[in-house]
Design a binder for this molecule. Sequence first.
Ligand code: OGA
Ligand code: NI
Length: 211
Amino acid sequence: MIHLQEIYESLIDQIVDKGYAVGDAFLKEDTLNGLFNQLLTLQESDKMKAAGVGQLTEHEVNKSIRGDKIHWLTKNSKLPFEQLFNRQIEAYSAYLNRSCFLSINDFEFHYTCYPPGTFYKRHIDRFQSDRSRILSLILYLNKDWKKGDGGEIVLYPHNEPEVIIEPKWGRMVCFKSDELAHEVLPTKVNRYSITGWLKSVNSENIIQLID
Ligand code: OGA
Ligand code: NI
């Protein structure tokens, strides 16, 4: 059994080194299964809704840019596996704050499904109008993902060759929201994940929004 702190250390070393990290043991199997079953339940009850592009007044659905369906998680969930997820995100954020002098004080995550034929074109996750997103984090929930299923994430680090990552069960990808361009290649099967951001919300961000 690998200690969680070792996993956090490895992720942080990679982020400092390359601007992104890939890890395969961020959550326990029970938690992954709970989250995955909840995603399927949301999908069956038609609670997954088309995601938007841009933010606030710019909000619009544009299938030529992204085709995923999403449902936001809440911080006061009563579901034990969502509580475990939230707690682990808090622990990871605290670890990041201590070791990288960051000031993460908030987070937001949604369940995500890309139906067959959908993708997300190359983009950067931080909005011009809201600079609170510090790190992007995606946790993949694709049991039995195999080559040919598609839906890989492609990262475009500055001055380096692109990196293609398979969206396999339990895998976590984490990167700096303000600088790393990335895209989701077209998927041939339903592609499941939890996607979110570790945020630093402060008065500066709020003034930005009011301006
Ligand atoms: C996003 C995104 C990548 C992925 O939602 O902003 O880029 O692999 N997701 O799902
Ligand atoms: Ni993105």
